[in-house]
Design a protein around this ligand. Structure first.
Ligand code: 0L1
Ligand code: MG
Length: 257
């Protein structure tokens, strides 16, 4: 059986060569939750450099639909670094394995916050802004197929994300009630609401804090949290365009080259 360092290498190679690998649990069905998060942590640590720093967290598997798809009933977190944050609204299909795009919201934090089973009002007191976001996910595993432990080790399929340029005050609206229409090549593909994210996107941050508190950690000021998807993800290829229209709040588009 391989060591966790070998799995870190395998995932990094899959990413750099844009070639999907067999999921870890095929050869190591006993991979534990702690080992999977350690593979994730080591993978991100390995990617950190002078030009690539840790900037926050993403939550995954935050909707019942996604949990059913993967056959699990728990949320997971991943780590975000600044080279995942897109500075223009274009990705290159050839830079990815099998990219998919999903509409999200993101939170930024002005105060440190930590703890288990916090109440929404406690979390809101630490939030600075809410942003519209599009996440590009790209599993490093063959056929985008994995178990819970595999996807944790693979940093929750993170690859890129686009943030809207407009910060919204947390009090702008009821974030559970916001609506999104997702257009794939100008055709309506999915409709969703903020409530798809654990009934309310703030619950995603509460879940993240529950997971982080098991490791004695929390969210630091300046960090960002991608809260989770409001609809299914759209599989994309070169030449495609995905637009998430959030009505009066605005819209975000990613073009795939
Ligand atoms: O952002 C997400 O919800 C992705 C989490 C991992 C599952 C997937 O890749 O669909
Ligand atoms: Mg996501």
């Amino acid at each position: 059986m391989s060591t966790i360092y070998e799995y870190v290498e395998r995932i990094a190679t899959a990413q750099s060569e844009k070639k999907a690998i067999e999921k870890i649990t095929i050869s190591n069905p006993a991979l534990t939750f702690d080992e999977a998060y350690e593979i994730q942590r080591l993978s991100i640590e390995k990617s950190i450099s002078a030009s690539n720093s840790f900037i926050g967290w993403k939550m995954g598997l935050t909707s019942k639909a996604k949990q059913l798809q993967v056959g699990v009933d728990s949320t997971i977190y991943g780590r975000l670094t600044n080279n995942m944050l897109m500075n223009h609204n274009e990705i290159t299909a050839a830079d990815h394995i099998h990219p998919r795009i999903e509409p999200e919201v993101a939170f930024t934090f002005k105060k440190p916050i930590a703890g288990e089973n916090l109440m929404p009002y406690e979390v809101w007191s630490a939030v600075e802004y809410v942003y519209l976001a599009l996440e590009v996910i790209d599993s490093r595993y063959e056929n985008f197929s994995f178990s819970l432990m595999d996807v944790i080790a693979d940093n929750a399929s993170s690859t890129k994300f686009l943030l809207g340029s407009q910060p919204y005050a947390p009090t702008t609206t009821d974030w559970a009630q916001i609506k999104v229409d997702v257009y794939y090549n100008n055709e309506l593909k999915y409709e969703g609401t903020g409530a798809a994210i654990l009934e309310h996107p703030i619950n995603s941050v509460i879940e993240l804090l529950n997971l982080l508190s098991k490791e004695g950690r929390g969210i630091q000021p300046g960090e960002l949290v991608l809260a989770g998807a409001m609809t299914d993800a759209v599989a994309v290829k070169s030449g495609d365009t995905v637009t998430a229209d959030y009505g009066v709040l605005g819209s975000l588009t990613i073009n795939v080259k």
